[in-house]
Write a protein that binds this ligand. Structure first.
Ligand code: NDP
Length: 292
């Protein structure tokens, strides 16, 4: 039976350390890091995510602002608001809660965020820097995965890591971090041999069975089963899917926990770490501004 990788506990420990770093930073600079969240429309899940992020900010001593805009906001109006936040010296990090309503051009909105305030690490400048191993920010969910692996000393160097999913938010930056030489958490938590699978990969059963570490970021409830894994594999389930019985991941927890050596639960796995890493980026952004 697999050990459970407790993302909530790891995130809480990270947040305690971060709160001390924020307090030290504020004492040195008299600056309170501030995150501005932009929420368009009234999607219930997005409202919950934003509320959680704001409450996490306040527990870490980070100020937060919420800019709520109606679902029908025009592209130009939203761009103007982003521009205002870009120029506001009291705002260090800007996050645009996704998804945006369909009439808006999401790419153009995300590209409009000042790269030095881009705490989600979505801007092409920041993605490019990440790929070249000189990051300004770290992508929140992939960084959270590395923090969890490190907390349990599950090294990635020399391991075959299979990432299922190639989104800009999870799969791609996850693969980019894992294949680095030095890595933000050190060489032991980089230097993986990475295979990325996606919806056009065809039959992936041979690939999945070779994974020392499997990272699922697919968005399909419980679609990876224990029979597909190599015995003793480490399973990181990034997926969050709402089904009739509640929230489930992209892996079938029961059957995978029988075969794996370690596995993340959903909820309580990568989700809490993603929020913690957003706080980390907000402090980084404030340090960038003040050069501390
Ligand atoms: P996307 O929908 O953007 O990407 C899903 C990826 O999975 C795509 O690359 C897609 O391939 C691939 N895919 C879809 N079906 C299959 C399949 N049957 N076999 C192999 N690959 C497949 O999702 P995200 O990356 O944004 O999110 C993935 C999951 O993670 C979601 O459940 C989301 O809710 C969750 N999530 C959780 C976070 C957390 O904090 N825990 C943070 C962000 C996301 P293709 O590119 O070919 O379409």
């Amino acid at each position: 039976m697999a050990i459970i990788l407790d993302g909530k506990k790891t995130a809480n420990q990270f947040r305690e350390t971060l709160a001390r770093q924020v307090a030290d930073f504020a004492a040195e600079t008299a600056v309170i890091p501030c995150l501005a969240a932009v929420l368009v429309g009234d999607d219930p899940a997005s409202q919950v995510y934003v509320r959680n992020k704001q409450s996490a900010c306040s527990q870490a001593g980070i100020a937060s602002r919420l800019l709520r805009l109606p679902a029908g906001v025009l592209q130009t109006e939203l761009l103007d608001e982003i521009e205002r936040l870009n120029h506001d010296p009291a705002v260090h990090g800007i996050l645009v809660q996704l998804p945006l309503p369909g009439h808006l051009n999401t790419q153009q909105i995300l590209d409009a965020v000042d790269p030095s305030k881009d705490v989600d690490c979505f801007h092409p400048d920041n993605v490019g820097r990440l790929v070249q191993e000189r990051p300004r920010f770290l992508p929140c969910t992939p960084h959270g995965v590395l923090q969890l692996l490190q907390a349990y000393q599950l090294k990635t160097a020399g391991k075959h890591v299979v990432v299922v999913g190639r989104s800009e938010i999870v799969g791609k930056p996850m693969a980019a971090l894992l294949m680095q030489k030095n890595g933000p958490l050190g060489a032991d938590y980089a230097n993986a041999m990475v295979t990325v699978c996606h919806s056009r990969s065809g039959d992936t059963s041979n690939i999945l069975r070779q994974a020392d570490i499997l990272i699922a970021a697919i968005g399909q409830p419980q679609c990876i089963r224990g029979e597909q894994l190599r015995p003793g594999a480490v399973v990181i389930d990034v997926g969050i899917n709402r089904i009739a019985t509640g929230l489930v991941g992209d892996v079938d927890f029961e059957s995978c926990a029988e075969v794996a050596s370690a596995i993340t639960p959903v909820p309580g796995g990568i989700g809490p770490l993603t929020v913690a890493m957003l706080l980390d980026n907000t402090l980084r952004a404030a340090r960038l501004r003040t050069k501390h």
